[in-house]
Design a protein around this ligand. Structure first.
Ligand SMILES: NC(=O)c1ccc[n+]([C@@H]2O[C@H](COP(=O)([O-])OP(=O)(O)OC[C@H]3O[C@@H](n4cnc5c(N)ncnc54)[C@H](OP(=O)(O)O)[C@@H]3O)[C@@H](O)[C@H]2O)c1
Length: 341
């Protein structure tokens, strides 16, 4: 690596991406870092430039641009392309080029998600199957049809060939409203995916909702602690690259507590009753029509996804927030969403 470390960020204006980028900008070594980000909205790109980030306007579909930006970087941090095989292939071509030029593998921090370990419970039951991020033999048993896994397999193959070192940051449900200078500047998403979707659909249908009986279980992690992990991972790689698992040994689950979707629905119901928006706290089952309307027919909110973050914690990540914090985050999130409806 050159003395100036060149970062290329994918998804920098996202909920996760903006929280992570801000932490890298505040890193004690940031004077030696150079930041480039691919941004599809020219207005956001202009704003990002004010924070010393070289924002390049373009999309995940701009294969040659993604390849070139990757080839010019030492570290690529992807926080937007968990299910985008085309994007992964473009970055891999860039890593290959860089390796041909320098003989050194670049670092690829790729964001996945614990949906890779999800089952098909449809909300009807919980599960005793628990996946351990420190057990690559177990993770290798995931079927090729598991969500996102086509992307991981392609990247693992590249890691094995030696031209890139790949690390899979794999969060459960991330919760909490994102904060920081990018959110304040209006260039970053401040809401996550799952809980806000459940809140919005509850408001629309006049009652909190769940898939099936909501008995399925998901893990959770607070946005700030999820973003902290990327720095812990970078620091660990920097301190001792050979001690940090990558490729097939490179899955890092981000989770620190579990919730049933019934309990989350109930908490949303409680908040909506308290705010005078609905009359019952109890969630009801989404009809198939609602699943189609709200979730494109996907039952993913009815799956079980249970894991252990042993690998993540082994590199020094110390999450403190638990499911209680998830529950406490719901009413403020409802209030924030209501403000903007
Ligand atoms: N949030 C969670 O609970 C969670 C949990 C597990 C895994 N993940 C994974 O983590 C990643 C980030 O999630 P997130 O919640 O931060 O999502 P997000 O807020 O929607 O951020 C996505 C980012 O990707 C950018 N983007 C999307 N499509 C693009 C395109 N075609 N061209 C250029 N840029 C594009 C967005 O830009 P704009 O600003 O222009 O929209 C944004 O910067 C995703 O891969 C997600 O699957 C998230």
């Amino acid at each position: 690596m050159s003395s100036t470390l060149k970062f290329f960020f994918i998804g920098a204006t996202g909920y996760v991406g903006s929280s992570v980028l801000e932490r890298f900008l505040d890193h004690p070594e940031a004077n030696n870092f150079e930041f480039t980000a691919l941004v599809r909205d020219p207005r956001k790109a202009e704003k990002l430039k004010q924070f010393s980030v070289n924002a390049i306007v373009g999309s995940f579909d701009d294969a040659k641009l993604v390849e070139d930006l990757t080839a010019a970087a030492d570290i690529v941090v992807d926080m937007g392309g968990s299910d985008n095989l085309g994007l992964a292939k473009s970055t891999l071509r860039g890593f290959q080029r860089k390796f041909q030029e320098t003989g050194k593998p670049s670092i690829f921090i790729h964001t996945s998600g614990t949906i890779i370990i999800a089952d098909d419970a449809a909300g009807l039951h919980s599960s005793d199957v628990v996946w351990n991020d420190a057990d690559p033999d177990q993770i290798e048993q995931l079927p090729p049809t598991a969500p996102h896994i086509d992307v991981e397999l392609e990247i693992i193959r590249a890691d094995k060939e030696g031209y890139v070192r790949a690390y899979f940051v794999t969060p459960g449900t991330i919760y909490g409203i994102a904060s920081g200078k990018f959110v304040d500047a209006g260039l970053a998403h401040k809401h996550s995916i799952q809980v806000p979707a459940l809140i919005k659909t509850s408001l629309d249908r006049g009652q909190a909702g769940m898939i099936g009986k909501g008995l399925n279980i998901w893990p959770n992690v607070h946005i700030d602690e999820a973003a902290d992990f990327y720095i812990d991972l970078y620091n660990a790689i920097k301190a001792n690259p050979d001690s940090v698992g990558h490729g097939r040994d490179g899955f890092y689950f981000l989770l620190n507590g579990e919730h049933s979707l019934y309990d989350v629905g109930k908490e949303i119901g409680r908040a909506l009753v308290a705010l005078g928006k609905v009359t019952t706290e109890v969630p009801s089952t989404y009809t198939q029509e609602e699943v189609n309307k709200y979730f494109g027919g996907s039952n993913f909110l009815g799956t079980n996804s249970r894991g252990l973050a042993n690998h993540s914690k082994s590199i020094g990540w110390k999450p403190k927030k638990t499911t209680q914090d998830l529950m406490a985050s719901i009413k403020p999130e409802v209030e924030e969403i209501l403000k903007h409806l």
